[in-house]
Design a protein around this ligand. Structure first.
Ligand SMILES: N[C@@H](CCC(=O)N[C@@H](CS)C(=O)NCC(=O)O)C(=O)O
Length: 249
């Protein structure tokens, strides 16, 4: 377990952040979770003072189980005890309580952005299928499915951000998705973004944005590689054999 349970419970219950009472914002997190990253990007984009508490999802603390209706991170705890869960809901809540919306105002455009946030979640499921694929055939199938999703995305992106000149909530959802490929690219036989120039440029822009960069710790690539190398999967095998190769150099 990464954090002491009682200590965390105390921090949740008795947290006193500097500044206004409405800055009492805690995000219960995990180092690698892409949904947590969405919420963190949003917190930083909106300049909201917050505290991040990482937990071990393999050994969830009791206070977290008690607080989290779905047992998932991210979990936003506001004013010491009010809980907001589900990253899309958290992002919209954070947007609504601060000036300068990162969502389009026109209902149809807003609906389109929400739909493409959901598309990002489905693409994350595709990434999980890729790293959990038990054999080469299923790995290739999962890779092909992601290639198709990126081609779809190419038709939707305006650039430099998803909807054009303004960074929006939907951009918060894609930074963490593309970040996986900073590590996965080293294990794929092809550049999945080669046919998608707009998505490729968008990915680059997201990787350079300060809030996207700061949503993870500096050791994120090593943590992700360790996570991947622990999978009993085709990719896990590739990662482990690289480790063995490195150790024999
Ligand atoms: N739909 C949720 C997904 C969150 C999610 O899947 N979180 C994962 C970590 S990345 C989790 O907490 N898993 C723990 C579990 O399912 O037990 C959201 O958007 O917030």
């Amino acid at each position: 377990m990464e954090n002491n349970t009682e200590e965390n419970a105390t921090r949740i219950n008795r947290l006193k952040l500097p500044g206004q009472a409405d800055h009492k914002t805690v995000l219960v997190s995990h180092h690698l979770c892409p949904y947590v990253q969405r919420s963190l990007i949003m917190l930083m984009e909106k300049g909201i003072a917050h505290t991040r508490i990482n937990i071990d999802l393999g050994n969830k603390p009791d206070w977290f189980i008690a607080l989290s209706p779905l047992g998932k991170v991210p979990l936003l705890v506001v004013n010491d005890h009010q809980v907001v869960f589900e990253s899309a809901v958290i992002c919209e809540y954070l947007d609504e309580v601060t000036p300068g919306s990162l969502h389009p105002t026109a209902p149809l455009e807003r609906a389109r952005h929400r739909a493409w946030i959901e598309f990002a979640s489905q693409s994350l499921n595709g990434v999980a299928r890729l790293y959990n694929a038990p054999d080469e055939i299923q790995f290739a199938r999962a890779t092909a499915a992601i290639r198709e999703q990126f081609l779809r995305l190419e038709q939707e992106v305006t650039g430099p951000w998803f909807g054009g000149e303004s960074f929006s909530i939907v951009d918060c959802a894609y930074g963490p998705l593309f970040r996986y490929f900073d590590v996965l690219d080293g294990y794929l036989a092809e550049d999945l973004l080669a046919p998608c120039s707009k998505v490729a440029a968008w990915r680059k822009g997201l990787a350079q944005r300060q809030t996207v960069r700061e949503a993870v710790s500096q050791d994120y690539p090593q943590r992700l590689e360790t996570f991947l190398g622990q999978r009993q999967s085709f990719l896990g095998e590739q990662v482990r054999s690289r480790w063995t190769g490195r150790n024999h150099q």
